[in-house]
Every structure is written in C-alpha cells, then in structure tokens.
Ligand binder design. Structure first.
Ligand SMILES: Nc1nc2c(c(=O)[nH]1)N[C@H]1C(S)=C(S)[C@@H](COP(=O)(O)O)O[C@H]1N2
Ligand SMILES: [Mo]
Length: 501
C-alpha cells in the first residue's frame, strides 16, 4: 500500500488548506514587497488573462462590468495565482508523504515557490518575498500540527493539524491585511516630477496651462479645459501598468525603412521639443461618458525621426512594453509626437512613462503608451482591431452634456465638445425635440495643436425638458444624429439629457 494511501480524508483536507494558506501568504508577501509592479506574482497571471481572454469576453462581459472590469480581472488573476502557487505547495506536501520524510515539505515549498515566482516574474530577489511567507506557513503548520504521516493516532493527528492550521490561517489573514497597506505604499507612483526637475512647469507649458485656465468656463462637475493628472481617464489592456525605467527605454523604428533608427531617452530629451494641447477620446466609451480628456503634452515631432528612417510602407505598427500594438498610417504619423511630458510634468506611469505616442485627432487607441517600437509594414494590425474594433481613425465629433448648474439664475447646462480635425465652430442646443436650435456660448479654441472646447447654455425650464446638444466644426461638419454603439468604430449620435425645472 502506498504511503499516500495512509492519509485520512481529514489529513488530505488540511493539507489542501495548508497549501491554500501558504499560497495566500506568498501572494501577500509578494505584494508587500513589490507593490503593484511587474515583480508582483499576480502580474503575469493578469498579463496572461489580458492576452488570452477571448475577444467576445473582452468586448461584452468586461465592457458591461464598466468600472468593475479592472478589479474583476485583478481578482481573477489573484485567484489563478493563488491556485497555481497552492498547487506547487500541495505537490511539495505530497512529495513529503511519498518520500516518507517528515518536514521535507518545508524546503520543497521554499524551493518550489521561489522557482515559480522567479520564473513568472523574472525577479529573483523579489521572489524570495513570496517564498518566505509560504515556507513559514508550511513550517509552522507542519511543526505544530505534529505532522507524522506514519502515526497511527490518526484522530489526534488531524486534530492537532486542524488547530495549527486554523491558528496559522488567522495569522495569514493578518499578514494579508498588513501586506495590502504596505504594498499599496510601495506601489510605484507615476512620476509627478516637473519637466526640468524644478518646482513648477516649464514656462512654455505654464503659458498654455494659464491660457486654458483663462479661457475656461466654470462648469460644476466637469473638468476645466485641462484635465488634471489623476483625473485624466486611463484605458489599459494590462491590469498592472508597465514600469519602464527611462534609462532602459529606447524607441526603434524598423521594418520597411531605409535605415533602422534607435533613439534613447536621453537623446530624445536633447532634441527640441514642442508643447501642445491634445484631446484623447476612447473609442470604447459610452456616448456621454467621461473617457475624453485634454492635457498639455511635451514631445518631439515624430517626423524628425521618420526623416532619418525613410519609411517604405504606408502603415506602421507601434508596439509597447505591455504587449499592446496598433497601426497608424504614415500620413498620420508624420503629424504625430513622441511625448514625454504631461501638464509640465514627466509623463506619469499610467499614461505611458517614459514615452508615448500622440496622434492628434485620432481615437485614443492609437496613442500608444510605453511605446518601444515602430515597425513599418503593409500589413497593419492592432490589439483591438484583431478583436473586431476599427478605432484607429479620426475621432467622431461630439458635444457632451456634463454639467447642470442651478446656482445662478435659471439652469446652466454645459459640457465639452471636440472634433478630430478642426476647431468647434458652434454647439447648438434644442429644447423642443429638434424643432429649433439655439447656439450655445462656446470657449475660444485652444491651440496649438488640437483640443476640446466648452459650451454652456442657460434657460428657464418650466417643466422637465429634454435638452439635446450637437456640435458643428469649423469645416462645417455636423455631428450626425444617428445613434450607434461604441463597437466597432466609436459611439455617435446627439447627447440629450432631461433637465428638471
Ligand atoms: N501600451 C498601451 N497603449 C495604449 C493602451 C494600452 O492598453 N496599452 N490603450 C489605448 C487606449 S484604448 C486609449 S483610449 C488611450 C488612453 O490613454 P490614457 O490612458 O493615457 O488616457 O491609450 C491607448 N494606448
Ligand atoms: Mo480607447
């Protein structure tokens, strides 16, 4: 009879619990040490999920989860990680029984968890932070649980083990709680350093920030004309934003080019830079949602690097450190920027530190964050395009209704309007179901390069009134009335909102 067969059901059960506790401790220890970074053992699971989640799931389930999509994905990734680590620990404990060596599970757990963590994160030192707590859990339970697989006093053995496991479980819960706080503090922040290292934005940026502030309407519940870092929306395929050291960063322009070009961060910073406004809008947002923001960006026109490379194809795929990739036409790229500054600060981690692409006028999608390669090719493809989206072109024109202000006389309704390729000429408002239209107040266009504007309209509703807004751009393009979903090429239609008297 194999020794494994000697284990009672109770023993088996508590061994599984031990393995699970060890796994939770490993994940907690890893988080405490690494925070939300690529050295955190859950990150590879999250990345794996991102890569393998079927398009249909990403597009429907995750979208319908809205703001819970990221936490849901993270919880799934954490559960997978705990299951995998738990399996390794359980194997270690089984080997202990097979080999008939008491406490063998302890060093096997140490080795197994370390190997696993090091293999998936590539961070050998950080892996120790996962291995130690797991080993402690197994050690403590083995020791106090008087774990003698050959003992005949089965009942008592299970009893001891149960008590030791439950006590350790309380300890692991405490560890997980503490790790949560420590890990959060250790999570690398997006850099908030000012460009140039001083205590304020460079003068040229400050001027743009000031003139946007001067031009802005004060719309309660809506941003000004500049979105603050921290409230600027983010959309990521990865659960954990990559952490890319500027010293390790470079951009390679390759593929169908005359010359491969590689530029380092220092070289980029030495080039003459432009400061400009540009608005981002996500193709996957709801019509009146808040995934549209504007900032002052600092970067180098990509055309200068393209001249050196001599592209021989009409499209290029930009690739990033998080595995993201998207195609942009050579024509659009010639108008694009390699950006390292946002609102006068170094580009924050969540927006692509150290360097992202900005393609003014195009959907958010093509503004690749953490960009590291630009490959010219005649066979364009993209992460979202491979999932059925067509979100690489010009942004659809939109007037949002974001603010209803009752603090003054009448009700002031307002929001932001944006068109891809020209300033907004006017925002028109109707309160009679589209019979008649009134031109709303509008802020002056920002410039250079492109940016949203704000509109506002004050009236005195006597009863609940549906207010509809639509934008007309300076080229005379109307905002189409036809409503469409965001999938596959972005939401369109007129935004309306019922305004109470
Ligand atoms: N590397 C990378 N770049 C990316 C993405 C991404 O997931 N990975 N998301 C894109 C999408 S869909 C949008 S809308 C914008 C959002 O930019 P932001 O997060 O800085 O607002 O980034 C784009 N660039
Ligand atoms: Mo997006």
């Amino acid at each position: 009879m194999s020794r494994l067969g000697r284990l009672t059901e109770g023993e088996r059960f508590w061994r599984v619990v031990t393995a699970a506790l060890a796994a939770v401790a490993a994940v907690a220890g890893s988080y405490a040490y690494a925070g939300f970074s690529q050295r955190f053992v859950v990150e590879p699971a999250a990345a794996f999920l991102t890569e393998t989640t079927p398009a249909i799931l990403v597009n429907t389930v995750l979208d319908s989860l809205g703001n819970f999509a990221q936490p849901a994905r993270l919880a799934t990734a954490a559960a997978i990680s705990i299951a995998v680590v738990g399996f390794v620990v359980w194997l270690a404990l089984e080997l202990e029984v097979v080999a008939d060596r008491q406490y063998l599970g302890v060093p096997l757990t140490a080795a197994g968890v370390w190997l696993l963590a090091a293999a998936v994160t590539g961070a050998y030192v950080a892996a120790v932070a996962a291995a130690i707590p797991a080993t402690l859990v197994v050690g403590i339970i083995s020791f106090f649980g008087a774990n003698d697989p050959l003992s005949v006093r089965t009942a008592r053995k299970v009893d001891d083990r149960k008590r030791a496991t439950l006590k350790t479980g309380v300890g692991v819960a405490g560890l997980a709680g503490a790790s949560y706080f420590v890990g959060q503090r250790r999570t690398p922040e997006g850099s908030v350093q000012y460009l140039g290292g001083g205590s304020s934005p460079p003068r040229a940026v400050q001027e743009l920030l000031d003139s946007a502030a001067d031009a802005a309407f004060d719309l309660p519940d809506a941003p000004g004309l500049i979105s603050e870092i921290g409230s600027f929306y983010t959309v990521d395929i990865a659960t954990v934003a990559p952490m890319v050291d500027s010293a390790d960063w470079s951009l390679t322009i390759t593929g169908a080019v005359e010359n491969d070009v590689e530029i380092t961060y220092d070289e980029l910073r030495e080039m003459e830079a432009d400061h400009f406004y540009s608005t981002l809008r996500c193709v996957g947002e709801d019509l009146n949602a808040r995934k549209m923001d504007n900032a002052v960006w600092t970067g180098v026109p990509l055309s200068r690097l393209l001249e050196e490379a001599g592209p021989q194809a009409e499209e290029a795929i930009s690739r990033a450190e998080d595995g993201y990739f998207v195609s942009t036409s050579r024509e659009e790229l010639a108008e694009s920027y390699v950006v390292y500054g946002m609102n006068g600060r170094l580009l924050p981690r969540e927006h692509g530190h150290p360097v992202r692409l900005m393609v003014p006028g195009n959907w958010g999608e093509v503004n690749t964050k953490w960009v590291s390669e630009l490959e010219f090719t005649d066979e364009p493809e993209g992460y979202w395009e491979n999932r059925g989206w067509t979100g690489t072109g010009e942004v659809r024109q939109i007037a949002k209704i974001w603010s209803v202000d009752r603090s003054g006389e009448g009700v002031t309704v307002g929001g932001h309007a944006y068109a891809c390729c020209a300033a907004i000429d006017r925002v028109e408002v109707s309160i009679d179901g589209g019979e008649s239209w009134t031109t709303a107040e509008l802020t002056e266009p920002l410039g250079p390069v492109d940016g949203w504007q704000q509109w506002r309209y004050t009236f005195d509703p006597e009863e609940p009134t549906d207010l509809v807004a639509r934008a007309v751009d300076a080229d005379g393009n109307d905002q189409p009335e036809m409503e469409s979903d965001q999938f596959p090429d972005g939401p369109s239609g007129w935004v309306s909102r019922t305004i109470q008297p």
